[in-house]
Design a protein around this ligand. Structure first.
Ligand code: APR
Length: 239
């Protein structure tokens, strides 16, 4: 069992994806009923789409932001928050998710590499502000008062994910890399396992099905995040 080998305070890097929030009722992207099923990525998740039809893009993200009011963190988010609080060594949770379920569960050592639904980015003053409710095309920036310049603070296809330097530094130091609920379809996150492996880390995958990069992991556990994550956290810090 790979996880227990690292038990006593090694450096942990954990990558999460849509699968960890699936049991909270947040749709994943690539499932048959997933978010990309009803939309073309090029229509809602690129800077070009926003320039072309910002009303449609706002509608898509406003609906997803509103949906967050109806969901709560699940046992997997809660288990990771407990690991964060109790793990004596370095730990970094990198999420590709734009929901706020990790922080609502209490996780502190967290990076949102693909941005956040509850953040707005003003293209006039370049400021980022916490955002509640609708944004829409007429949104006013609370920092500079410009109207119609705020966009969802989401990393779209063709844009650079956030915090890559910090992430790379953590991967270079990591002893155990754990990937949870991600299909491994989108780079650079999909390549983290190879960086961690090259550095000599043990790599563990927890997912409903083997991901695209499954062969790079030392161990793959198949199942739902709500079952697998609390069990694994129990192995790391006791139940
Ligand atoms: N428990 C564990 N894993 C699950 C569960 C569950 N309950 N439900 C689904 N999964 C798995 C699926 O089997 C799949 O492998 O989660 C993965 C979700 O994959 P995607 O929908 O591709 O989501 P993700 O990997 O997070 O997407 C990466 O793609 O579109 C972009 O920016 C978007 O951050 C997103 C990125």
């Amino acid at each position: 069992m790979v996880a227990s080998a690292e038990r006593n305070g090694g450096n942990l890097v954990i990558l999460t994806g849509a699968g960890i929030s699936a049991d909270s009722g947040v749709p994943t992207f690539r499932a048959a009923d997933g978010l990309w099923e009803g939309h073309r990525v090029e229509d809602v998740a690129t800077p070009e789409a926003f320039d072309r039809n910002s009303a449609l893009v706002h509608q898509f993200y406003d609906a997803r932001r509103a949906h967050l009011d109806n969901v709560v963190p699940n046992a997997a988010h809660e288990a990771l928050a407990r690991l964060d609080a109790e793990w004596p060594g370095e730990l970094l949770i990198i999420t590709q998710n734009v929901d706020d379920l990790h922080e609502r569960a209490g996780t502190k050592r967290l990076l949102h590499m693909h941005g956040e639904l509850k953040s707005g980015w003003c293209r006039h003053c370049d400021g980022r502000t916490r955002w509640r409710g609708k944004m829409g095309v007429q949104a006013k920036c609370p920092a500079c008062n410009a109207i119609g310049k705020v966009r969802p603070d989401i990393v779209w296809f063709g844009e650079m994910p956030y915090d890559m330097e910090r992430i790379d530094a953590a991967l270079q130091e990591c002893d155990l890399f754990v990937s949870i609920g991600t299909s491994g379809a989108v780079y650079p996150a999909a390549g983290f396992v190879q960086t961690a492996r090259y550095r000599g880390a043990t790599c563990l995958e927890l997912n409903l099905e083997p991901s695209a990069g499954s062969i790079f992991f030392d161990e793959t556990r198949i199942g739902r995040a709500v079952d697998l994550v609390p069990a694994w956290v129990g192995e790391m810090v006791g139940s």
